[in-house]
Write a protein that binds this ligand. Structure first.
Ligand code: CP3
Length: 349
């Protein structure tokens, strides 16, 4: 594979700290249930199965770019796909999320956890099909889940409100915790390698639940492993790092090494930028709920967010801005409101 030349794609330019011709925008969860064309092609097909059908995953990845003039496509997959590919008994239950056949609770469980060593050919073929449909202004963003967020699903056995079993293992059995991290990192890195080898243009590390941790726990139990994953693609593709409710962790998370820091909607972008270890590109941070509030509200919020990013750039704490939501598109969002938001983001200076 020869990597596409996306030197002039706004999203890649912004991620590398250059000034793009327009503010690049993509939305987390832009592919998915907000789109009737997504619901139509997914009809009768299990979520995780759909991530292993190349033509289907490619079609779903491209749908939102086609409809909304996004500057990036996010690979349709899930953070548990590498676990599934490794042979872990995991299912995605509609309305709930990833559920494990048998949770990982002891050192014995950790030592038995399968590790992904091989490429995932279905995902590679899907990426190749996506790249055939995008033009050279449209970036394909790959992603992996971070080891903390994956560990939480494995230990809790499913989605969790408080992540209590995860935190208990971290503190009561630190050796088991670190062994689990050591076992997850190669699985995540090999799934990322499949995507990079297939030609993704940028990547995002999703540490969705890191915001539940204290900074001290994050630094000791999570940061070194996320840093190792990000380091594996340093200089190859631009890297984005994101978690929900991570305002207090932005400094520590920025030390993991990404060029771009995703910020959720709780922290103004100019405030967020002052917390980074060194200047980074900002990504964010419209509250996804406000896509339901009408275009006057959206326009006012877009102007506020772009002003905050511009202030951070002018003061030297940030080096660019990629527009995004502060977390994923909600399934109840009207797709026309998304199209309109993207238009406003592109047209407001
Ligand atoms: O546009 C995109 O962002 C598409 C790709 C994508 C999906 N999952 C598809 C998906 C991405 C980037 C993810 C990542 C993911 N999966 C994360 C990290 C991002 C985040 O939201 O913080 C997490 C925590 C998961 C785990 C997961 N998978 C959850 C919590 C759910 C929702 C369960 C439900 O039904 O509410 C899923 C399933 C899932 N992954 C769906 C989609 C489109 C919905 C299932 C469906 O359409 O049937």
């Amino acid at each position: 594979m020869t990597r596409r030349d996306l030197t002039h794609a706004p999203l890649v330019e912004a991620a590398l700290g250059r000034t793009p011709r327009r503010t690049p925008v993509w939305f987390m969860r832009q592919a998915g249930r907000s789109l009737p064309e997504y619901r139509a092609v997914r009809e009768g097909i299990d979520m995780l199965d759909s991530c292993f059908i190349p033509e289907l995953l490619a079609e779903i990845t491209v749908q939102p770019v086609r409809r909304h003039d996004m500057d990036g496509a996010i690979l349709f997959s899930d953070i548990v796909v590498p676990l599934k590919a490794a042979g872990v008994d995991v299912d995605i239950v509609p309305g709930r999320g990833p559920v494990m056949g048998s949770p990982v609770r002891s050192r014995g469980d950790v030592d038995k956890l399968p590790v992904l060593e091989d490429a995932v050919p279905e995902v590679a073929a899907g990426i190749e099909a996506v790249l055939g449909e995008l033009n050279d202004s449209q970036a394909l963003i790959g992603f992996v889940g971070a080891p903390f967020t994956l560990a939480s699903y494995l230990i809790e056995g499913g989605p969790s409100k408080n992540h209590e079993k995860t935190k208990a293992m971290m503190h009561a059995e630190p050796d088991t915790w670190h062994a689990l991290m050591r076992r997850l990192v190669p699985t995540i890195m090999s799934f990322l390698k499949t995507q990079v080898d297939a030609g993704i243009d940028a990547m995002q590390l999703f540490d969705s639940w890191a915001g539940f941790l204290t900074e001290a726990d994050y630094r000791e139990h999570v940061l070194p492993y996320s840093a190792e994953i990000l380091a594996s693609v340093e200089g190859v593709i631009p890297r984005i790092h994101f978690g929900v409710a991570t305002g207090e962790l932005l400094g520590a998370m920025s030390e993991a090494g990404s060029e771009v820091m995703g910020v959720d909607w709780r922290v103004p972008l100019d405030t967020a930028a002052t917390r980074f270890a060194s200047p980074r590109v900002l990504q964010g941070n419209l509250d996804p709920a406000l896509l339901l509030a009408g275009s006057d509200v959206i326009r006012a919020e877009v102007i506020r967010i772009k002003d905050e990013a511009a202030r951070a750039i002018a003061s030297g704490t940030a080096t660019g801005h990629i527009f995004n939501l502060g977390h994923g598109v909600l399934p109840t969002t009207d797709p026309d409101a998304i199209t309109e938001a993207v238009r406003i983001i592109h047209e407001e200076a």
